[in-house]
Design a protein around this ligand. Sequence first.
Ligand code: ADP
Ligand code: MG
Ligand code: MG
Length: 205
Amino acid sequence: MVALTSEQLKRLIETLANTVIAETERLTALDQAIGDGDHGLNMKRGFEAVLADLDGLSRKPLPDAVKAIGTHLVMKVGGASGPLYGSLFLTLGKELPAEPGLAEFATAFDAAFAAVKARGKSDVGQKTMLDVLGPVRDALAAASPDPLLGDRIKRVATEAAEATVNMKAIRGRASFLGERSIGHMDPGACSSALMISAVIDCLES
Ligand code: ADP
Ligand code: MG
Ligand code: MG
């Protein structure tokens, strides 16, 4: 299904990185409300490293490129989210075949989601990025190829991020606030939804 040329892979990686970088201030503001205010800059630093390696990354087969993005994120993002997003991309790259169909993508995403849970010792329902990654994992697992699938997954991701507003944080720095974490979107849930939407928009354009 997704047999990307290196030009398409380059555009995909570039769009993903630029989308995250463009939202630095929004991610910063969310993390200022319930964390330490660095999520925007952490993600920006990671994706600037990805952009700096854009030519090298886009010459690789898809699985290797995705793994290499994970390595950049592990090395550059820092904080709690660096190792977690690193695990997501490293596992996704490890599990994806070179030309994944929907079923292979769903299987790889399931493994990547499990890797983030294991790394974070966390699960859905704790007001973290897992509250977006989990519903997206479920939607992919239940999906069949359909022209509206991309829109549906984007809606799942966006609504799942919104749903973290009313949750109480049980993992990560926001958990230090207890009840006061309620009323703000989780920064990592927001960045996860942004990345998922950016990838879908680019694959569909
Ligand atoms: P830090 O909290 O170390 O400053 P960031 O601000 O970059 O790191 O990332 C914070 C985000 O990481 C949170 O909004 C949350 O989504 C995610 N997160 C933190 N801890 C965990 C965890 N144990 N499991 C899953 N996600 C987590
Ligand atoms: Mg932070
Ligand atoms: Mg921090």
